[in-house]
Design a protein. Structure first.
Length: 354
């Protein structure tokens, strides 16, 4: 899919409002906005992490490029809010919806309702456990867990103890990352002990559980954070325990994160963490909007390589997923377990351009 130019500069001049306001302006009840542009409902899943705040910043940017108007809501990691926000979108007559349900099981009835009203849905970052959407825009979350496992397993020489700060297990993302990390460790590094700590994507829970784990197992040598939500607390605990030392020091605790936010890249350069998997916040926004626009226009897609360097897979009958690239980022960009990585200051990383 290729970007389309903005269809009418006049959109931004209506009543003298700015382009950013026009992108989020009021649409007609029939789902058309100023100048006849399509109106799309976009629910932001949360705004308490740098990753999702970056995504929120990219949505109006790509909406302008595509010439669509967006109505936005924020469900704040609450499925009840998402369901309510969806009802608002329906009443506003939107032509399509982009969402990122954090509870991937409970969203099924809402997806059925949207389908019955012929309102196409694209989910970004997460995939519904049941029910169909037009397209899932996501990266391979199992690969996230495998990359983290191989990084820590390699750096620890296949021995030691690691903590995995899990996300929410009511989310396909949390399950995929957890299962893949555990399976990889069992198969490739059986002498490494993994302590899985459920956090529900909450920073305070992650910090508390990591502190407790260090108290009982002070010889922890690796930490896998399934998202950057745990970054600040993890760094604080390592500092308090005198463990923020270079990798050449025997006390060093190897840390791999997940998101690729600017702070993580900066931390890698400073030696505070060792690696991260870069989730494409910019591409989630771009292709989420492009696919829902394509759905409105009646286009269809098939499994296989895309023009934008990703791969569409068929998850189950009627459900396609565009798996966007998500590279492992390290200090030196050297291969890990035979797989390539990107150096932390690589200009192609969205986190270096945010």
């Amino acid at each position: 899919m290729r970007n389309r130019a903005l269809t009418s500069v006049g959109l931004t001049l209506l009543l003298g409002v700015s382009a950013s306001l026009a992108a989020c302006g009021d649409g007609a009840a029939d789902g058309t906005g100023s100048g006849g542009s399509q109106v799309i409902g976009v629910d932001y899943p949360r705004s308490d992490t740098d990753f999702w705040n970056s995504y929120i910043k990219y949505v109006p940017q790509f909406a302008d490029e595509l010439g669509v108007e967006v109505k936005t809501t924020n469900s704040q990691n609450d499925i009840a809010n998402l369901i309510s926000n969806t009802q608002t979108f329906i009443s506003q007559g939107v032509k399509g919806v982009v969402m990122a349900p954090q509870d991937t099981a409970a969203i099924a009835p809402t997806l059925s309702q949207l389908d019955s009203k012929k309102i196409p849905v694209v989910t970004i970052d997460t995939r519904p456990d049941t029910g169909n959407v037009f397209m899932v825009v996501r990266a391979d979350n199992r690969a996230y867990g495998i990359k983290a496992c191989q990084f820590l397993g390699t750096k620890l020489g296949g021995k030691g103890k690691v903590v995995m700060l899990q996300g929410g297990l009511d989310s396909i993302n949390g399950r995929d990352r957890t299962e893949a990390f555990n399976e990889c460790m069992q198969q490739q590094f059986p002498d490494i002990t993994v302590f899985g700590e459920a956090t529900d994507w909450k920073a305070d829970v992650a910090a508390s559980k990591l502190q407790t784990r260090f108290a009982s197992d002070p010889d922890i040598k690796g930490i896998y954070m399934q998202s950057s939500f745990a970054l600040s607390g993890t760094l604080q605990i390592l500092k308090q325990r005198g463990l923020q030392v270079p990798p050449s020091d025997a006390k060093h605790v190897f840390v791999v994160s997940n998101d690729g936010i600017p702070e993580e890249l900066k931390n890698i350069g400073e030696g505070l963490i060792d690696a991260t998997v870069s989730q494409p916040a910019d591409l989630y926004a771009k292709y989420g909007l492009e696919y829902v626009q394509a759905a409105i226009e009646g286009k269809t897609f098939q499994p296989g390589p895309t023009e934008h360097g990703s791969n569409i897979i068929q998850v189950r009958d009627g459900l396609l997923e565009d798996q966007l690239p998500a590279p492992l980022v390290t200090l030196d960009g050297a291969p890990i377990a035979g797989e390539p990585t990107l150096k932390f200051d690589d200009p192609s990383l969205w986190g270096n351009n945010a």
